[in-house]
Design a protein around this ligand. Sequence first.
Ligand code: TPP
Length: 528
Amino acid sequence: ATTIRDLTYDLLRRHGITTIFGNPGSNELPFLQDFPSDFRYILALHEGVAIGIADGYAQATGRTALVNLHSAAGTGNAMGGFANAWNAHSPLVVTAGQQIRAMIGIEPLLTNLDATTLPKPLVKWSYEPARAEDVPLAMSRALHLSSLPAPGPVYLSIPYDDWAKPAEPESLRLLDRAVSAAGALDAGAAVALAARLERSANPVIVLGPDVDAARTNQHAVRLAERLKAPVWIAPSAPRCPFPTTHPNFRGLLPASMAGISRLLEGHDLVLVAGAPVFRYHQYDPGPLLPAGAELIQITCDPDEAARAPMGDAIVGDVGLILAALADTVCEAERAAPQPREAPPRSAPGAAPLTSERVLDLMDDLAPRDAIYVNESTSTIEAMWERMRWEKPGSYYFGAAGGLGFAMPAAVGVQLAEPNRQVIAVIGDGSANYSVTALWTAAQNNVPVVFVIMRNGTYGALRWFASVLEAERVPGLDVPGIDFVAIATGYGMEAVRVDTDAAFAAAFARALKAGKPSLIEVATACHTA
Ligand code: TPP
């Protein structure tokens, strides 16, 4: 008879999942025994790394990724990753092995106490099946739910004795199910929305990560060109939804109420697609919108729509709606926006290098379609100003701002996109949260180029301390870390550089190597 374990692997195959990211323990061994040869298990040495790799992989493929964690302790180690995945709308099924049913009640070692509460509120659904026979349905539900709009992580706790039990014959029906989401505007609604955009004298478009997730960037371009509207990136951006080289591109909005209203001054209509309105960070109170402006948000996430403090919202398929609007809207009469002024090119020769210099050299030398996974927190604005990101899926950043995302996510994105070069740009503070991702990259020969920007400090916190006028704060510097030794210890080639010529040479070599490597570059902290 088909076991619950066999049926689960078949379900995963049915959903196109043959890669499992994880870090196992005793409770997970019965699921993993006799591991099928058409599956691969990508081992991470810490659960924050496992979920980070899976998050990058899920975002880059646009499909659900499976994460295999160990009971409560493993889940706990992954919680920062749940925060990022939740905010990224990243479709993940996270399983945690539970103790054997016969003993759960007496709480032996490795019981996942009140397991379903543990990952809340950062999951769409959290469940422990009441009977072994319910595991296949729970897994099927988790797989579908993770990817239905809005996508996100789901959590399943599964007692380890369930896997060997026979599946109920009727549960084989799960293998034949197709579940899909629609979410287009009907023709009348599309025409009405287009008319509203056409009536605006001076519209502006603000794009968020779900435009890139829907791979609908080119429709955003068409819409912006027809409306002759400037395009801003929604604040705290975890992805790049619009080509930064396009003449309509304006840049990244600041993450404050007053800052956004100031920059959007003069616009009478703000069309937001694929983002919450807005993911603020620093508190700079002010009007939510400039005087006289209305706002329309298009989102795949009902909660994003419901919790917005201003404007109208439409919940649906961001890709289909943008495409329909681009098809429907009449070309505006006004002049097209002038391209923004490019930032001055960084000067060569300074030591330590400015971060702008490192970014310019990377942008010069990397392939045009390279993918940047960023966790260099004081250089975010400089990146958005300078980097030429043109293809969908060119940029990723931790969507909750939780550090420990980018090193593993870079590995996951590179696994998902073998034909594009992934470059991880990582601060010397951020590099420590998930540094064991280097080992997974080395073991699996995932050819990410890791660039560590070593400025010796938590630069972004120094900047925030000045915003909050917080003086004499301890714990903001990170001296005395040797990333070359760490990378070498995890089996990866690494080099330290402190001039632009040496950086350029090392970076060019790393791009050609066809294997992962790390470059530690000394940079100036310009926010200190
Ligand atoms: N812990 C987690 C898990 N996430 C966070 N965002 C923080 C702490 C707070 N934090 C935000 S930015 C930052 C810290 C500690 C500094 C990161 O420094 P570094 O990576 O060196 O980059 P820099 O700002 O110097 O460019």
